[in-house]
Structure formats: structure tokens, C-alpha cells
Design a protein around this ligand. Sequence first.
Ligand SMILES: NC(=O)c1ccc[n+]([C@@H]2O[C@H](COP(=O)([O-])OP(=O)(O)OC[C@H]3O[C@@H](n4cnc5c(N)ncnc54)[C@H](O)[C@@H]3O)[C@@H](O)[C@H]2O)c1
Ligand SMILES: O=P(O)(O)OC[C@H](O)CO
Length: 298
Amino acid sequence: VALSANGPVTLWGRDVGWGRINPRLPGVALPEAVRTGADLRAAAAAADTILLALPAQLLAGFLADHAALLDGKRLVSTAKGIDLTRLTGASALLGEACPSAAVAVLTGPSFAADIARGLPTALTLACARPDAGLALQHALSTPVLRLYRTTDVTGAELGGALKNVIAIAAGVVIGAGLGDSARAAIITRGFAEMTRLAVRLGARPETLAGLSGLGDLTLTCTSPQSRNFRFGRALGAAEDFDAATTVEGAATARAVAALSGRLGEDMPVAAMVARLADGGVSVEKAVEKLMSRPLKEE
Ligand SMILES: NC(=O)c1ccc[n+]([C@@H]2O[C@H](COP(=O)([O-])OP(=O)(O)OC[C@H]3O[C@@H](n4cnc5c(N)ncnc54)[C@H](O)[C@@H]3O)[C@@H](O)[C@H]2O)c1
Ligand SMILES: O=P(O)(O)OC[C@H](O)CO
């Protein structure tokens, strides 16, 4: 919807039979410049830039089926997670499956419903190739969608993935009635964890402090529009949660636990989210464990 401000857009999906209004975006009709129902092969062949809006845990499966159609294109992933099997982000999966493609990630604080309504939004466009990054920044920015550019793909991608884990923790805090002060603590200590792991994996710290890290962390930890926050809130309140809803932070917390073990990095909040999401610890015990860790310098 947003990108059609810049020219024709083809929307491909397995389930676009809903016509011009997606029931998941009520009140937003697709502009005329958006064409749906296309054959993927023909749509991919005609495109030079392709946005892939797939959850992180499903991207590898999609690429196994369709990578040949995508190679050589400018590929932009919106996924915010770490693949649990390979312990990598979307850019590595895309780079491996499509070696001749220019790979980028589009990330930052942005609810689909806000963007579709044309509300002003600022995002990070990360691409290791400066020329392709500059071209994408200009091709994908609109009067209400402002893209900032970086070559730090690792930092941008990890910020977007790790904020979902911390958002679950923030939701747990609110759902369990632990208060706004505790939420501020979990956001801040969570941000320290995010930065530590990302820098260890090659990210620049300033990327984590930008839209893709701190910006998206702030949004996701404070808004009930966030699925990750709502999932955590349900966990904290011992309420049911719709298992069909995509909650990237749950699988990513498990991936972070595996990565932190491999790297010897202490990630106490992420480790606790992984255990909470798996039902391996009660909220009371998780809080007690986090609060009784040895006292240390900030
Ligand atoms: N929804 C948002 O507001 C938002 C905002 C920014 C980033 N993101 C990120 O974008 C990614 C996708 O999010 P979403 O909200 O669209 O997820 P979603 O799970 O709600 O939708 C994903 C869509 O992908 C389809 N899909 C899954 N596997 C497929 C396959 N093999 N072939 C074709 N289609 C397939 C599903 O049918 C579904 O329609 C996530 O990583 C998310 O964190 C989402
Ligand atoms: O609904 P969430 O928690 O997946 O968050 C959506 C976007 O990542 C917010 O930037």
C-alpha cells in the first residue's frame, strides 16, 4: 500500500483471494496501483526489487521452493527473527540461497496497520552494498515512509530480532502486574543484552541505538498492538493466546539461548523468555531468579 505511492506494485501471496481489502487490515483498500493474483514466476521475472514479508522461521522453507526465481534481484527482507535451525538472520539465508542477489533488510518501528493507514513512519534500510542500499533507500521511501540507510546489516537485523524477545519479557511484566518501573528495568537491561550480543556478532553499537534497535524496542515493549508484547502479557497473566499468531520472539529467544551458550555470552533476560515461552519456569520463579543474580556494575 505504501510503496504504490511510487508506482505500480505487484502483491503475491498464497491467500490473496480476499480482493481489495485484506481482512487483517480492515478499512484499508488496496490502491489501484497494487496488482494482486499474479503468478509468482511471472511477477518475480518482471520485478527488479522484491520485498519478502515472511516470518523468520518460514523463510528458509520459502527459499527452498523459490530461490531460483529470486536470484539476481534486489531482495529486501522484513523478517525480524533468528532462524532456529541455522542460528542466522534473513540476510544470511537470502545470501546463501541467492548468491547473485543484492540483499537488504527493512526494519525499524512499524506496525503494518500504521503504515497501511499512511501514518508517518521511519525505518532502517540495511544493505552491505552501498550502491544498492542507496538505490533502495530512494526507491522505497515515500512522503510518509522515511528510510534511513546503513551498511550494518548485522546490527539492523539483530536489533529487529532481539527486540521481539525483550518485548515478550515486557509483556510478561505487565501481564503479571509487576508495574511500569519493572518494565523500564527490563527494557533497559534487555537493551544491554541486545547490544552485547549484536556487537559480539559484528554489529556497530550505534546501529543498536537507532531505529532498528532502540526505536523498535521502545515501540514493541510499550504497545499492545505488538503481538510479541501481547503474547508476553498473556503469559504473565496466565491467559490463553492464539497459537496461530506469529510471535517471532518466542523462537528467537530459543535461538539466542543457543547462540549465547555457543559464544559464552550471558543473556539472562533472553534465557528466561525462552524458558517462559516453553513453560519451563513460572513467572514467579523467573522474577526471583532475575532479581537474585549477583550484584554488579551497570
Ligand atoms: N505485521 C507487522 O506489523 C510487521 C511489521 C514489521 C515487520 N514485521 C515482520 O515481518 C515478518 C512477517 O510478518 P507478518 O506480520 O506479515 O507475519 P504473518 O505470519 O502475519 O504473515 C506471514 C504471511 O506469510 C505467508 N507465508 C508463510 N509461509 C509462506 C510460504 N512458504 N509461501 C508463501 N506465503 C507464505 C503466510 O500465509 C502469511 O500470510 C515477521 O518477521 C515480522 O516480524 C511485521
Ligand atoms: O506485532 P509484532 O510484535 O510482531 O511487532 C511488529 C513490528 O515488528 C513492530 O515494529
